[in-house]
Design a protein around this ligand. Structure first.
Ligand SMILES: *Cc1c(COP(=O)(O)O)cnc(C)c1O
Length: 219
């Protein structure tokens, strides 16, 4: 763990940008050490691993689920998860709504967009998203709240391309805000930026950066 890097990242973040410390594959001891230094938001991408860590660690941690979530795994995290970053289908949204209702919760979610020029990454395009949000089923969900958007840029050295992809996500955010969420004060989040590109993401309007290896070391 690189605590100096952690503190220098924290210092570099503008006031409105929050840090999700991505702790996937890392031990509860490592997470607890960062917790003792004040970090409260952690990100994980495996539902069962997240549930086990939740049970062992302090209860004021905000756990963010950041990866692709299968519908049959939602039940493991629904009782406690603070935000689900990567919602990209109506069936997934429906399952989150159903599981959240069981626990009398409303779960904040982000819609994931495919902004990279790589076909391995999950996510919606704008047309698919408009179709999803116009589906009447969507408006009956009472236990999910869409707080914004999430995306991952292409893994490349080409900073012009990365910036362009982040710009695209910011434009999508603005489109959704004005077309669907104008009166929703909580629709505020743009989750973009990781270890290699978070500074570019911040320049383009990120509000949540998801940083793992810079803090915890390589996985
Ligand atoms: C692993 C992961 C990260 C963190 O990546 P680093 O390059 O280690 O900072 C961020 N977002 C998602 C969705 C991830 O799966």
């Amino acid at each position: 763990m690189d605590l100096n890097r952690y503190f220098s990242i924290l210092k570099s973040l503008p006031e409105k940008v929050r840090l999700v410390a991505v702790s996937k594959t890392k031990s509860v001891e490592e997470i607890n050490l960062l917790y003792t230094h004040g970090q409260r938001i952690f990100g994980e991408n495996k539902a069962q691993e997240l549930k086990e860590k939740y049970e062992l660690l302090p209860k004021d941690i905000e756990w963010h689920f950041i990866g692709h979530l299968q519908t049959n795994k939602v039940k493991y995290i629904a009782p406690f998860v603070s935000m689900i970053h990567a919602v990209d289908s109506l069936p997934l949204l429906a399952e989150i709504d159903k599981q959240a209702a069981k626990h009398h919760r409303t779960i904040p979610c982000l819609l994931q967009f495919h902004i990279a020029q790589e076909d391995t990454k999950f996510g919606l395009d704008l047309e698919e998203c408009d179709t999803l949000l116009r589906n009447p089923q969507c408006s009956i969900f009472k236990h999910v709240a869409i707080h914004g958007v999430m995306g991952m840029a292409t893994y490349t050295d080409n900073t012009t391309q990365i910036k362009q992809e982040f710009k695209t996500l910011a434009t999508i955010f603005n489109h959704l805000k004005s077309n669907y969420y104008k009166d929703k004060d909580y629709f505020t989040e743009i989750s973009m930026g990781m270890t290699d590109d978070y500074l570019l993401a911040i320049e383009e309007g990120s509000t949540l950066v998801r940083i793992g290896s810079a803090i915890f070391g390589t996985r």
